[in-house]
Ligand binder design. Sequence first.
Ligand code: AP5
Length: 219
Amino acid sequence: MSREARRLSRDLPSGIVLLGPPGAGKGTQAALLAARLGLKHISTGEILREEVQQGTELGKKARAYMDRGELVPDELMIEMLDSRLDGRFLLDGFPRTTNQAEALERIAKVERVLSIRLSEEETVRRLTARRVCADCGRNYNLVSNPPRVPGVCDACGGRLIQRDDDTPEVIRRRYRVYEAQTAPLREFYRQRGLLVEVEGGRAIEEVFQEALRLLEEGR
Ligand code: AP5
């Protein structure tokens, strides 16, 4: 069935949205939750970084915004997401503005929204210690979740690198952008009865178990 036909029949893709400031653990929890719940993990940050790496038109347009820690314009993001949503999904990094949330309501059915909280200081501490596999994208943290061999991915043997936007100055900028533009979405989804919240400043497994419980309660 075409996307337009599905829209008309309201047989839309459905799933879960993760919200939270930079470093809250959206990517970490999304990978665990998607595997456990059998959902397709869609990270808009990850897709954008691939587009930048491949030098596509979208990547060229997005790069300057990402390097400054600002949001990529809504029209680019909505078009990008619309072409990728299918089946049952877990969205990590979208929506980030009210415009994006309203667009999402037109193209998919959001069943639950999990918001992960984290303070600015903990965000800076975590993200300056983050390393990412250049080949498979797996996330590590030099303090809380180090690789077995320094600089080498446990999963695929790839090289671990630091993201361009993980400098203290850009991390703080991203945090402020989150508070101004994305945090209001908690109220947007609370009003729709979809929001559950979890404190992200605890061990990965503890956050995961609580997130799972909250999400399954709402199903
Ligand atoms: P994006 O890639 O989405 O970045 P972000 O939201 O800033 O989030 P992060 O990926 O930094 O953190 P995370 O919450 O996923 O944490 P993680 O699990 O990695 O977006 C990047 C940019 O793309 C944006 O700035 C924007 O320019 C653009 N963009 C993307 N989507 C957009 C949209 N919809 N609209 C417009 N622009 C968009 O964990 C962080 C670290 O902590 C890791 O090292 C991890 O190992 C560690 N860790 C995780 N959990 C724990 C824990 N419980 N305890 C200790 N350590 C932990």
